[in-house]
Design a protein around this ligand. Structure first.
Ligand SMILES: Cc1cc2nc3c(=O)[nH]c(=O)nc-3n(C[C@H](O)[C@H](O)[C@H](O)COP(=O)(O)OP(=O)(O)OC[C@H]3O[C@@H](n4cnc5c(N)ncnc54)[C@H](O)[C@@H]3O)c2cc1C
Length: 374
């Protein structure tokens, strides 16, 4: 977005692409609109990458009782190795100077504002200083930029995720599935080519169970027997704990801001992280372009980014926290699933709100919240 608007952009990533990312690899439906705005070539490339289409989400309680909520449209689901490589290629095509295998280690300051980074090349080990009018920390859950800015707060719930790709899973169709158990939950869904992405999420205190990945899947009544361990096509990747947020998404003295998981992440249950990263990037690009246009790199325009994020994401932050905490209470989920099964319109509304298709605040009214439990 920045390069397209004429800014000179240097993109440093410690990985070499295609690279794996522990994720359930579902793009919430509203992500499609951001991809469209990024460019018809980007959307066409994602659509052509043989993605599965999800038409809704199924939530299954510990007893095995389930409820389905439908989107009005559909969402793409595809391996992150493909999706992220498409985004990287789009950045290159728009003139971004992309350097892979370069790890950012430190921020450098000029007149009290962030003025660049020090980064190390993986191969040679050489360190170099890169100066920039604005540094964007888009470096994920363990963001070094956020840590150096000193803005990170880690919060409960403390959970660990184990994710894998398995071929030939039984009864996987056009739905994402979330199975809540005692303890933890499983998320699964098709990602094309007969492959299912499956994530087991556990409290940190139960993380040792991750070593028995397939046995643990069988603990969930509506998952049991659907996966053949011999048909695993990508090894199990682990990540977590993940709940964290930055006190400020903009550096105090200016010159740097945070997007995506680097700015905040709560829990993967609602599957909104990719949309937040993409939409947050749009807000960041607008703030940076305004700041550059007014002659500053560390200017007031960047503070507008924090306000824009609050306006955009406040409802989502509340909804994902309510849901993320609720999934730690199996009895509550049992009750909510029972209520939703009798109120399909409410199930659709909730699924659409977490898919960012309707504003989250539409699901936060007293009437809706009461309808979930009473
Ligand atoms: C188990 C699980 C399942 C999930 N499922 C979904 C889902 O189905 N749908 C959804 O929308 N979201 C999901 N999410 C969330 C989603 O994966 C993230 O929110 C999303 O990837 C955030 O994007 P990002 O660009 O901020 O970070 P990332 O995708 O993590 O990208 C960060 C990049 O920064 C690079 N990097 C890191 N450190 C450095 C450094 N020091 N120097 C240079 N480069 C660096 C990394 O190599 C990486 O390429 C899930 C998360 C988890 C944990």
């Amino acid at each position: 977005m920045l390069a397209r608007a004429g800014a000179r952009v240097l993109l440093l990533d410690r990985a070499r692409f295609p690279r794996e990312k522990p994720c359930s690899e579902y793009l919430s439906p509203e992500s499609t609109r951001v991809l469209e705005r990024l460019g018809s070539d980007v959307l066409a490339a994602v659509a052509a990458a043989a993605p599965a289409h999800l038409t809704g989400m199924k939530v299954v309680a510990p007893s095995g009782a389930g409820v389905v909520g439908r989107f009005e449209t559909f969402s793409f689901a595809l391996p992150r190795t493909r999706f992220d490589t498409i985004l990287l290629a789009a950045a290159r095509a728009r003139g971004v100077d992309v350097r892979e295998g370069v790890t950012v280690e430190e921020l450098v300051y000029q007149d009290g504002a962030v003025g660049g980074v020090v980064a190390r090349a993986t191969g040679s080990g050489n360190r170099e200083t890169y100066r920039a009018r604005v540094v964007v920390g888009a470096d994920g859950l363990r963001s070094v930029v956020a840590r150096r800015l000193g803005t990170i707060i880690r919060t409960a719930p403390y959970r660990i995720a184990f994710t894998a790709h398995v071929a030939g899973a039984r009864d996987v169709d056009d739905l994402g599935e979330m199975h809540v158990g005692r303890p933890g939950y499983v998320g699964l869904g098709p990602i094309g080519d007969g492959v299912t992405t499956v994530a087991l999420v556990l409290p940190v205190s139960e993380a040792h169970r991750g070593a028995r990945f397939f046995e643990e899947l069988d603990r969930f009544p509506a998952v049991r027997g659907r996966f053949d361990p011999r048909r695993i096509v990508r090894r199990v990747l682990a990540t977590g704990p993940f709940a964290r947020w930055s006190r400020r998404p903009v550096a105090k003295g200016g010159g740097a801001l945070l997007v995506g998981d680097a700015a905040d992440f709560f829990d993967p249950f609602t599957g909104q992280g990719i949309y937040s990263a993409l939409r947050g990037a749009e807000l960041a690009a607008a703030a940076i372009l305004e700041s550059l246009a007014t002659g500053g790199g560390a200017g007031a325009g960047l503070d507008g980014y924090a306000r824009a994020r609050r306006r955009e994401f406040m409802g989502k932050w509340i909804l994902e926290r309510l849901i993320g905490v609720a999934v730690g209470w199996p009895a509550l989920i049992e009750r909510v699933v029972g209520r939703l099964a009798r109120r399909p319109q409410l199930a659709d509304l909730l699924v659409r709100a977490t898919g960012n298709c309707v504003p989250a605040r539409a699901a936060l009214t007293p009437r809706v919240l009461a309808g979930l439990v009473l």
